[in-house]
Design a protein around this ligand. Sequence first.
Ligand SMILES: Nc1ncnc2c1ncn2[C@@H]1O[C@H](COP(=O)(O)OP(=O)(O)OP(=O)(O)O)[C@@H](O)[C@H]1O
Ligand SMILES: [Mg+2]
Length: 380
Amino acid sequence: MTRIFREGGERVFDPKYLPKALPHREKQLDILKKVVTEGLDGSHYSIPVLYGESGTGKTSTLRKVLTEIKEEREDNIDFRIVNATTHSRTYVAIQHIAKKIVPIPERGLGIDEIITKLYDRLDIEELKYIVAIDDGDELIRRDRGKILEILTRIEEGYERRLIYPVLVLRKMEILSALPPHITSKVGGPRIEFPPYDKKQFKDILKERIELGFNDDVVTQNAIEAATYAAEKIFLGNARELLNIVFKAGKKAEYEDDLTVTSEHIRNAIYEIYSKTMKPDIVSDRKKEKIVYRVLWTLTKLIHDQPDIYWLTEDILKAGYDLYTRNFMEKISFEEYIETIEEISAGRSRIITYDEGQLVFLSYPAKRLYEDLTRILFLRG
Ligand SMILES: Nc1ncnc2c1ncn2[C@@H]1O[C@H](COP(=O)(O)OP(=O)(O)OP(=O)(O)O)[C@@H](O)[C@H]1O
Ligand SMILES: [Mg+2]
């Protein structure tokens, strides 16, 4: 038992964990379920496409819908979600698809023979097989959609439809590059998965925080920082959100802290992002000293109050106070604020605007404070 994670709580951060709820994906879930259900009921079926950037919930929505359909329906249904990045060749993907239903020797059979074995088995068992080609961009680009043709050729020789393909792509553009006879098969709804924003991320985090962490362990400011970083730095990717919150939790646990703070979140962001993206804080070399000094005063304030996220008026004033006490060269409060604004305009995201207010986001305050102390006071 730890003070940070609930017993067994870490599992909700495992990529394989399928959350009970998928907030802000209700519409996508309904559309997909309706299309597949109608197809299974014997109506016309045309392949639907789920598309959107990484971490927008495509695979999770797919898993949820297919699991529900299989559980809820009386007819004989099975499904397979093929990760087309790991199974990136048509032959390998087809083999993987067939293997779940019928034994296939590792080598020796051609695609046509495998497919015939699969169709025959599906036909005999009156099995309806939903096959999702997940992350299909590369595979589809490479085989020009041949896999879809193979999976739909089926209806031609049999009484009924045996396979119900679903296509998942990062980018829709790939479809327009396919031969028309294939594009015409992919005539189902295009279901968009837009990137999440901060507010949506708060809803998404709820289940993981409730099930993963002990009560009141994750501070509100940690949530603010994580959800904003996921929107602004990680471009709406839910996987990155969960990753930084998990990493922050591990760090808090390792350090024997009682809570997960915004500084733990900054540490996680640093590990994943800032470390590799050397922050370019100073654009104007002449201003280097003043920028470093201003950041030093702020990080001095924050480094032993690790849950500070919002740079409120009070903090800015206290920072300015520190500035006048520590440095001989005086600047006005306006210049002090201007310097902070300039930092926020850069790419570093050390200081940025969230909900119209300045915040300290992408860099651990303690680390920056120590680095700047070295640069400003101990160098030469
Ligand atoms: N609406 C949501 N609610 C809760 N968790 C979510 C939601 N959307 C995504 N997630 C979580 O974010 C992670 C990434 O989601 P998922 O794998 O479904 O994204 P994806 O769109 O398939 O990404 P990729 O294109 O990289 O495969 C998973 O751990 C998933 O549980
Ligand atoms: Mg996916």
